[in-house]
Write a protein that binds this ligand. Structure first.
Ligand code: FES
Length: 250
């Protein structure tokens, strides 16, 4: 059976795994919204978010300010909390980079150098670490960073076609910002939700069982949200008011 036929068959069958079906198992007090909805991601626990949000780092805000100060005000406090969790500053590098990306949207060479200075590390060491991990953006991204899983499970179920559909609809190359500034589409390695292919992460939020046919609807819903972060409803926190997180950096 050809790949085209397989993908077409799958599209006709609909999602094989329905994903969330209201089954909460041992946690009947949780609602779908708690587990997967907007309540789950976007707000840190001390800011009223679900504790599970700590697993959704690094945050990708819809509004980004590449010139925002890195370690001032609440972010200075956050850095101190991060540092207090580790025996040496070097061990705090990953969460500090994640925080820098949360503030500025991506890690420029200058940002990496600022992080190096704050942690007393060699700039080359910090750049080596930051460029190793794909979760750190090394270039600016659009309001919505759309990461399409093209790893094995999703690939077998049409991940490449979903990626192609997103790129076609936003009219941009992989990694580019679309002309309206809203979207950047990239291919991602396994997003850890292999039972629900194709999986797409948009800012903090996961979309599961995505097909090429569902792409226009997803993009339309994002456009309708304006600049609100996918995971945050309308409450986009600014660096100056960022909450000091006690649960999210490790
Ligand atoms: S292969 Fe796509 S989420 Fe794992």
């Amino acid at each position: 059976m050809s790949r085209e036929t397989q993908v077409k068959d799958r599209a006709e069958q609909g999602p094989r795994n329905p994903g969330w079906a209201g089954e909460t198992g041992d946690f009947p007090h949780l609602t779908e919204s708690d587990v997967r909805g907007l309540e789950y991601v976007g707000l840190r626990p001390l800011d009223g978010g679900h504790p599970g949000a700590s697993s959704s780092h690094p945050f990708h805000r819809a509004e980004k300010n590449p010139d925002a100060p890195l370690f001032e005000g609440p972010y200075k406090e956050r850095l101190e909390k991060i540092l207090s969790r580790y025996p040496e500053k070097r061990a705090a590098l990953l969460p500090t980079l994640a925080m820098a990306q949360e503030i500025r949207g991506y890690l420029s060479a200058e940002t990496m150098d600022e992080v190096a200075q704050a942690l007393g590390l060699a700039p080359a060491y910090v750049r080596g670490v930051a460029t190793f991990y794909t979760m750190y953006n090394k270039a600016p991204v659009g309001t919505y960073l759309i990461q399409v899983c093209t790893n094995v499970c999703c690939n077998l179920c049409g991940g490449d076609e979903v990626l192609e559909a997103f790129l076609d609809h936003v009219d941009a190359e992989p990694g580019e910002i679309s002309e309206d500034g809203r979207f950047t589409v990239t291919a991602a390695e396994c997003l850890g939700a292999c039972g629900f292919p194709t999986v797409v992460q948009i800012n903090e939020r996961y979309f599961e069982n995505v097909t090429p046919e569902s792409v226009p609807e997803i993009l339309a819903s994002l456009r309708a949200q304006g600049t609100a972060s996918v995971g945050q409803g309308s409450g986009v926190a600014q660096p100056a008011t960022a909450p000091s997180d006690d649960a999210g950096e490790d």
